[in-house]
Design a protein around this ligand. Structure first.
Ligand code: C2E
Ligand code: MG
Ligand code: MG
Length: 276
């Protein structure tokens, strides 16, 4: 017998409650993940197109739960952002990435640089950036060893506070990269207002390059604009030889993607530096 509209509504409400309960349980688990040793950073190599020895990575957060297995960042980062837990998680990420960057520098003798993804809420808080800069001083890591990766979403709330924090970071020498560029609103006015050192060309653009002249035209325009503004360009999501060749020929300064290397453990990142 088909369900009546009333029972369908009841089922929808039940599913929504169940969804909320499941999210709530996941959030509880996430709150304890750091001190239970379930969090790790993976380091994906960023390839320099003009022949420099490899020394750049992006730090990507991994949560490995004993029962749930590996939980995808898409699932838990949004949850952490909505609940505010991202402030704690983001601090954990910053400290772990800075420590690993210092360790990789000491082990390889190279000027290793690490990119750290930062959520909007972290930049709305006034003390975060100052504490980070003090921490870099404490561990003796030059600020330009770190790149803070932000997306345009940072400007949706408290844009003035966020712009001040980014200015503070940039004045101290930390590099700023605009992640996933070419999706969202690609707010060009933002590029004139914020201290951005690099644009990361979104994977959807990189992956459209081989088959589509329109994508190539868009990419060429973005790269030209970025270089005109003295910003470097990183092509994200390079998976194929042809994509690597086109992004190189178009003048991207860096490229990142499975074709160059998957995210690595800290120990593998050290080996990667040794082997190159
Ligand atoms: P993102 O910052 O744009 O990071 C790049 C994502 O693309 C990573 O996914 C990486 O594993 C994936 N990727 C790299 N190369 C390729 C490729 O060739 N093909 C494909 N299909 N994918 C590729 P991941 O690690 O799942 O992270 C997803 C997103 O989660 C990140 O996107 C970032 O926005 C967010 N995230 C990860 N770690 C953190 C963190 O520590 N803090 C914050 N706030 N966000 C994070
Ligand atoms: Mg990123
Ligand atoms: Mg990205």
């Amino acid at each position: 017998m088909p369900a009546s509209p009333a029972s369908r509504a009841r089922q929808r409400a039940w599913a929504a409650r169940r969804g909320h309960a499941a999210q709530g349980r996941l959030l509880d688990e996430l709150r304890h993940a750091a001190h239970r040793g379930q969090l790790q950073l993976a380091y994906q190599p960023i390839h320099a197109m003009r022949g420099a020895a490899p020394s750049n990575f992006e730090a990507l957060l991994r949560w490995s739960h004993p029962l749930l297995g590996d939980v995808a960042p898409e699932r838990f980062i949004a949850l952490a952002e909505h609940s505010g837990l991202i402030l704690e998680l983001g601090d954990w990420v910053f400290h772990a990435a800075a420590a690993e960057c210092a360790r990789l520098r000491a082990a390889s003798g190279r000027a290793v640089r690490v990119g750290v993804n930062v959520s909007p809420l972290q930049l709305a808080s006034r003390s975060t950036v100052q504490l980070w800069l003090l921490h870099l001083q404490d561990i003796g890591l030059p600020p330009d060893a770190l790149t803070v990766e932000i997306t345009e979403r940072v400007m949706l709330h408290h844009p003035e506070a966020v712009a001040r924090q980014l200015q503070l970071l940039a004045e101290a020498g930390v590099r700023i990269a605009l992640d996933d560029f070419g999706t969202g609103y690609s707010n060009l006015a933002m590029l004139g207002q914020l201290p951005v050192h690099a644009l990361k060309l979104d994977r959807s653009i990189t992956q459209g390059l081989v088959g589509s002249e329109r994508h190539r035209t868009i990419a060429r325009s973005i790269i030209g604009m970025a270089h005109g503004l003295r910003m470097q360009v990183v092509a994200e999501g390079v998976e194929q030889t042809a994509q690597a060749a086109i992004t190189h020929e178009m003048g991207c300064d860096f490229a990142q993607g499975y074709w160059y290397g998957r995210p690595l453990s800290a120990a593998q990142a050290e080996q990667w530096l040794r082997a190159a």
